[in-house]
Design a protein around this ligand. Structure first.
Ligand code: IPE
Ligand code: IPE
Ligand code: MG
Length: 262
């Protein structure tokens, strides 16, 4: 069967109308992409930036509210220093080059993770872009950098414990809402769609709390090969899923969460 072309697929996805509010992506496979070509891993990271541009545009075109990109995990600090430096430099370059363009397209930049661990140049580039785009409202580009979900949950619990110790919060007042509200993602809807490239079937410490009812889409495509077409394919697959949230009914309205009363 002939593959549907990108613009036709996009048209159908938009016509369906069920656009995920929040798409989260584990951008994986850069190293393998480079190795397959006999090139150093960093070459794969460089090429991966083209995919970042493509998915940011694609999500903006579809009208997604939030796009979270897993750019660098807490565990990635254990990689060789040269690779870490290259990744940080690429991140900094991307942000510095794109911030004007992001702003012109109504995109606000946000960041989750232990940013304080970054060296000055990439950290300043990110905080500067966050400030520069702060008033944009079309879409949030949320970068997970030095991010680990368990670390995030630990930070949240520590914050709540501090509130309890200070007498401002009773233990019985801690519930799912207060815990979610203490996470880095406090103001964001949970992801509707999680995409992982390069075929790995794991979460690698990404948004563990937030993906409780997220639809997961795994593709063998390596991140540097991922383009708009692939993003539209993922959303089209999402639109065919039936989200039940633990219930039995087949409502067919796959965006409805338990708290969204009819
Ligand atoms: C993803 O590609 C980029 C980051 C994790 C920062 P990898 O570097 O993990 O590539 P593979 O998985 O080794 O192919
Ligand atoms: C997950 O990919 C982290 C990012 C994409 C930033 P990894 O390549 O680090 O994950 P593992 O090691 O395969 O689980
Ligand atoms: Mg990997």
């Amino acid at each position: 069967m002939k593959k549907m072309d990108e613009s036709e697929l996009k048209r159908q996805v938009i016509e369906n109308g069920n656009i995920p509010r929040h798409v989260a992506i584990i951008m994986d496979g850069n190293g393998r992409w480079a190795q397959k070509r006999g090139r150093p891993r960093v070459f794969g990271h460089q090429q991966g930036m083209k995919s970042v541009r493509a998915v940011v545009e694609a999500c903006r075109e579809l009208g997604c509210e939030v796009l979270t990109l897993y750019a660098f995990s807490e565990e990635n600090w254990s990689r060789p220093l040269t690779e870490i430096k290259a990744l940080m430099r690429l991140l900094q370059n991307y942000i510095e080059k794109e911030k004007q363009n992001l702003r012109s397209n109504g995109i606000r930049v946000g960041c989750i993770g232990r940013l304080e661990k970054l060296s000055d140049a990439p950290r300043n580039a990110i905080t500067d872009a966050v400030r520069f785009t702060a008033d944009q409202k079309q879409m949030l580009l949320n970068l997970a950098v030095s991010y680990g979900s368990r670390a995030e949950i630990v930070d949240a619990v520590r914050r709540l414990a501090g509130e309890v110790a200070a007498g401002r919060l009773a233990p019985a007042e801690i519930n799912e809402t207060t815990l979610a509200g203490a996470l880095y993602t406090a103001d964001l809807p949970d992801p509707d769609l999680l995409i992982r490239t390069s075929g790995e079937m794991r979460l690698s410490n990404f948004l563990l709390w937030q993906v409780a009812y997220t639809e997961i889409y795994i593709t063998d495509v390596l991140w540097p090969d991922f383009r708009k077409q692939n993003l539209f394919e993922a959303v089209a697959a999402f639109q065919k899923r039936e989200r039940r949230f633990g219930k039995v009914e087949k409502s067919g309205r796959n965006n409805r969460k338990p708290k969204d009363k009819p």
